[in-house]
Write a protein that binds this ligand. Structure first.
Ligand code: SF4
Ligand code: SF4
Ligand code: SF4
Ligand code: FES
Length: 982
């Protein structure tokens, strides 16, 4: 620590701390417009000038040093601050009273007040540009833009989409998209970072415009008139009295705008943010304090909330009446559900019933679902959709290190000096995690290796891109482990101290030579050796993987091979290392954590352990079934075999997202009784006997657990739509109709019960999760959590990890003469999964209206296909009709189909082959035949899709270019510092 004096008061500080942070921490008010703690120094505004030892410096770009004497209010500093801010006001018209950004957090407004500006010295001058309204979600008003560059910094260096820049050399600089495109036709992915950090109203969410203020919905002509009035009175009254009027209006807004913290409902990154609402209108999503995301979001979390107020929402229970459904009361629907479940249980036994919980629902809801199955019905037939994606990764980690979750945090991925991504389209499936890797790679010298079938964004950015043949990852991973061990490149000390099973493992690697790996995977031997040496040279490596690994017949074994490689190289137990299976849904981690699995009680406690069962029996006051239940793959088989008669399924579009969808639909049609709980009448509802309207995440309380094992609270943003109920209340209603006698008044009581029965969550409670607080499991009773696992020991009785030998079998469903093409599938950035939620956001639909099949330029030429050509894809299991998109993201005879379709779902083509360890479908092992149809339509992706843009990468705002302008001079005299970015 060092000592400095701020305005005569001595303060303790960290030596490398930024002066602006220290000043803010000390409670001293100094103007600073462009600085944002999550963006770092940008140095465009010059309003943070302070005197240090008699010289003017920018506080945002100066590091604290011992003995500094800082004066924030000296005549010299004050004059410089005012002069700098005067320049800002020449770019911005203060019409706060009629501005939708007048919400107490406008930096321009607040700085005008702080500096007590009454009149502008440099008059406002408009810029010769129109407002750009071409993005569906936000608009840019160049005339209000103060050129602070925060948006550019966020887009270039935080989101790293590299769309924005400022043309500093132009007589009238402005923010540019792709160097001068409209926003709508640019590479902008609508992540919203720029809008979130804009300190004024230049970039604004369209949902705010005309809605946030009391006077802002006035017609444009009336608004312009009022703005003229404000301008007219300013010379006489000064800004002080004008600001007073606007602050009165701002205070009125506080009574009608609610700001409620929630957690994103889409992917497993776990972004959290405040949602601003006025009645049921969503004004905006404001990310800032989220422990996983800070200011970051992707388009779905920032703008994808059209489903909440969609007219399609289910608002009443429905009961099947022949081929139709009729509306029913809650009482009638719940009694029917309870009556039929009881009847079937009485006739066919409890194991003729099955329960599927939702990875979109809360932890508390998943816990109640498995409690209903086990404690009320008496069956362990309960599962969730992690079976479709994540179970193999969990299995690989159970085998080797003990816990079935990411071994560290997103911050560890940032710290790593090598990131290896295998079978994960991270930039589209886990966009905010991708930003952290992209940023570390761009700015901090992190190395990146990507292995994938497609050359997606992360592959394009990688230092090394591998394109192995589909389903061969296990082979080349094992070969690298063997090569490292054979060439004394393994971490022997770590293996000696922390790992069991080296001898057997080494023996199992015998077939995995580099030569064989090159032959099987198609990746040249030299490339594989380069990978091995990059891994050996890395001080800290993280491996990220996802469905490109897990959705294969050897998904569990390949996940195991990944963890083995991390052990061989000592890449566990330290910051910046570890295994990161990226969880797909917002709460797919939590659904399994909380026991919606056929073989585990909550907290991965084994059903076979009598002590565990007794604890739950005592807690729930029932006798529990001890035999393993059916997983969701086995449930479908059991329905087809006539053994499973009834199912209760929550929030899962299973008839589309399970593989071999035709077979699954056929099974559902055979059920004697089927209850589906959802917020829309999904395709799966078509098979139901009773449909119950649940509530989306914004309409309930609870917790979600993200990919980094982070448990976070969501608060109720809106009342449930009339007729809907939070899912935990519905499940409780059914349980009580069945005589369970549950009395939960609030999800916090459910969490208290979970904590009392589950050592892994012993210290979890709502108080410890209040606001933006979070806990990363395991959580000890005193509330201590573990952001980085295994810092002291691995999660096995002896504290040591285990190398687990895996052998090579190879993929199924390979191309042959009839089904000659390989079909891969996965997510798209804009849509989540089949799209039941995201298609309800108009702007997303406009930019990405449909699914398609990606065809390589080579294959397109060979078959006479262009973007827009309709093709029929036929597999051994079904067929779909889609339009082609010709792109070099795919190569040769490999096709890719995003899963965002209910009409032409890719799973009509996928098979019932599974990973034998977990029964996870081998979605990625599908061979097809393609018939080119005569019809040619428009390209399935319109020109306004971001994929057609042309980014303009640069390092942030490039402030030096502004400083080189002939008309630029630093404000005040005696400025000695023109630092570049720290
Ligand atoms: S990608 Fe678009 S929305 Fe995201 S920061 Fe860049 S310009 Fe803004
Ligand atoms: S649009 Fe960008 S440069 Fe302009 S005020 Fe907003 S954040 Fe600053
Ligand atoms: S979808 Fe994922 S990355 Fe996007 S905002 Fe939601 S949690 Fe964050
Ligand atoms: S805050 Fe803008 S230059 Fe320091």
């Amino acid at each position: 620590m060092v000592n400095v004096a701020i305005d005569g008061v001595v303060q303790e500080a960290q030596p490398d701390e930024l002066l602006i942070d220290l000043i803010n921490r000390s409670g001293v008010s100094v103007s600073h417009v462009c600085y944002h703690p999550q963006l770092g120094p940008i140095q465009t505004c010059d309003t943070c000038m302070v005197e240090v030892n008699g010289r003017l410096v920018r506080a945002c770009a100066t590091e604290v040093a011992d003995g500094m004497r800082i004066s924030t209010k000296s005549a010299k500093a004050s004059a410089a601050q005012v002069e700098a801010f005067d320049r800002i006001l020449s770019n911005h018209l203060l019409y706060c009273t009629v501005c939708d950004n007048n919400n107490g957090n406008c930096t321009v407004h607040n700085t005008t007040k702080l500096l007590a500006i009454e009149h502008q010295r440099i008059p406002f001058h408009s810029k010769p540009y129109e407002v750009d309204n071409t993005n569906p979600f936000y608009r840019y008003d160049p005339n209000q833009c103060i050129l602070c560059g925060r948006c550019v910094e966020a887009c270039q260096n935080v989101e790293v989409n590299e769309t924005l820049s400022i043309n500093w050399e132009d007589p009238n600089p402005r923010v540019l998209w792709d160097g001068g495109s409209t926003i709508g036709e640019s590479s902008c992915v609508s992540c919203g970072h720029c809008v979130t950090v804009c300190p004024c109203n230049a970039l604004m969410e369209k949902t705010m415009l005309g809605h946030a203020g009391f006077l802002t919905s006035l017609k444009k002509s009336a608004l312009s008139g009022m703005i003229e009035v404000v301008k007219g009175v300013e010379p006489e009254t000064g800004y002080g009295s004008i600001l007073q009027v606007s602050e009165a209006e701002e205070a009125m807004r506080e009574h009608r705008i609610r700001k409620t913290k929630t957690v994103c409902t889409y992917c497993g990154v776990g972004c959290s943010f405040d949602v601003w609402t006025k009645d049921r209108h969503i004004l905006k999503v404001a990310p800032e304090h989220g422990p996983a995301n800070g200011i970051s979001t992707c388009v779905k979390g920032k703008f994808g909330w059209g489903h909440i107020n969609s007219e399609d929402r289910l608002t009443t229970p429905l009961i099947r009446d022949g081929d139709r459904f009729r509306q029913a009361s809650w009482d009638e629907a719940l009694s029917l559900v309870a009556g039929r479940l009881s009847e079937i249980k009485a006739n066919d036994g409890p194991d003729s019933l099955a329960f599927i919980s939702s990875s979109k629902c809360t932890n508390e809801e998943s816990y109640l679902m498995q409690k209903l199955a086990r404690a009320v019905i008496g069956t362990n037939n309960v599962d969730n959709c992690s079976r479709y994606c994540q179970s193999p990764a969990t299995q690989g980690l159970f085998r080797t290190v003990g816990y079935g979750g990411d071994s560290g945090s997103i911050s560890d991925m940032e710290k790593a000096d090598l990131v290896l991504i295998i079978g994960s389209n991270t930039a589209e499936s886990h966009p905010v995690i991708a930003t952290r890797v992209k940023s570390a790679h761009k700015l901090d010298g992190q190395k990146l290796i990507v292995s994938d079938l497609r050359e997606h964004e992360m592959a394009r950015r990688a230092d090394l891109f591998l394109h192995p043949k589909s389903g061969t990852d296990l082979f080349w991973l094992n070969a690298i482990s063997r090569y490292l061990l054979d060439n004394n490149l393994a971490h022997t000390k770590f293996l000696d101290q922390w790992v069991n099973g080296l001898d057997d493992y080494q023996k199992s690697l015998e077939p995995f030579t580099m030569e064989a790996a090159a032959r099987i995977s198609g990746v040249p031997e030299e490339t594989l050796k380069t990978v091995a040496h990059m891994i050996a040279d890395a001080k800290a490596m993280c491996i990220l993987w996802a469905m490109g690994v897990t959705q294969h017949t050897q998904g569990s074994d390949t996940s195991t091979a990944i963890s083995n490689l991390l052990l061989v190289t000592g890449n566990y137990m330290r910051p910046g290392t570890g295994a990161y299976p990226l969880r797909g849904h917002n709460n797919v981690q939590g659904a399994s954590d909380h026991g919606s699995m056929p073989n585990m009680l909550p907290g991965y406690q084994s059903l076979n352990d009598p002590e565990v069962r007794q604890r739950f029996e005592a807690g729930w006051k029932v006798k529990l079934p001890s035999t393993r239940g059916l997983d969701n793959h086995q449930m479908v088989e059991a329905i087809q075999a006539g053994k499973l008669k009834a199912m209760y399924l929550i929030g899962e579009e299973m008839s589309i997202v399970d593989s071999n969808a035709n077979y699954v639909g056929d099974a559902f049609a055979r059920l004697d009784f089927f209850v589906v709980q959802d917020i829309f009448f999904s395709n799966t509802c078509r098979y139901a006997d009773v449909v119950l309207p649940g509530a989306p995440s914004l309409e309930k309380e609870g917790t979600f657990t993200s990919t980094e094992r982070r448990i976070q609270r969501l608060y109720q943003v809106l009342e449930p739509l009339e007729g809907c109920k939070p899912d935990w209340k519905i499940t409780q209603g059914i349980a009580n109709q069945l005589g369970a006698g549950w009395h939960y008044q609030h999800p916090s009581e459910v969490m208290d019960e979970i904590a009392s029965l589950t050592p892994m969550f012993a210290g979890v409670n709502y108080e410890r999760l209040a606001g933006y607080k979070s806990l990363q499991w395991p959580v000890a009773a005193d509330g201590t959590d573990e952001p980085l696992l295994y810092t002291k020991r691995f999660a096995f009785p002896d504290g040591k990890a285990r190398l687990f030998p895996v052998s090579w079998i190879g993929p199924t469903d390979q191309p042959d003469s009839e089904f000659d093409l390989h079909l891969n599938n996965g997510r798209l950035l804009e849509h989540f999964h089949e799209g039941n939620l995201t298609y309800r956001t108009e702007g997303i639909r406009e930019k990405t209206p449909d699914t398609f099949v990606e065809v390589s330029p080579k294959l397109a030429e060979e078959r006479g296909i262009q973007s827009g050509t309709w093709v029929q894809l036929v597999s051994r299991y079904g067929q779909v009709r889609v339009r082609a998109l010709v792109t070099d993201r795919v190569q040769g005879r490999e096709l890719y189909m995003p899963m965002n379709s209910v009409e032409s779902p890719v799973n009509r083509l996928t098979s019932s082959h599974t990973d034998p360890v977990t029964n996870t479908p081998a979605y990625k092992e599908t061979s097809i035949h393609m018939n080119v149809l005569a019809e040619v339509g428009e390209s399935p992706l319109p020109r306004i899709n971001s994929r057609f843009g042309h980014p303009t990468p640069q390092n942030g705002v490039e402030i030096e270019r502004k400083w080189k302008r002939p008309d630029y001079a630093p404000p005040g005299n005696g400025l000695v510092q023109l630092q570049t970015k720290q």
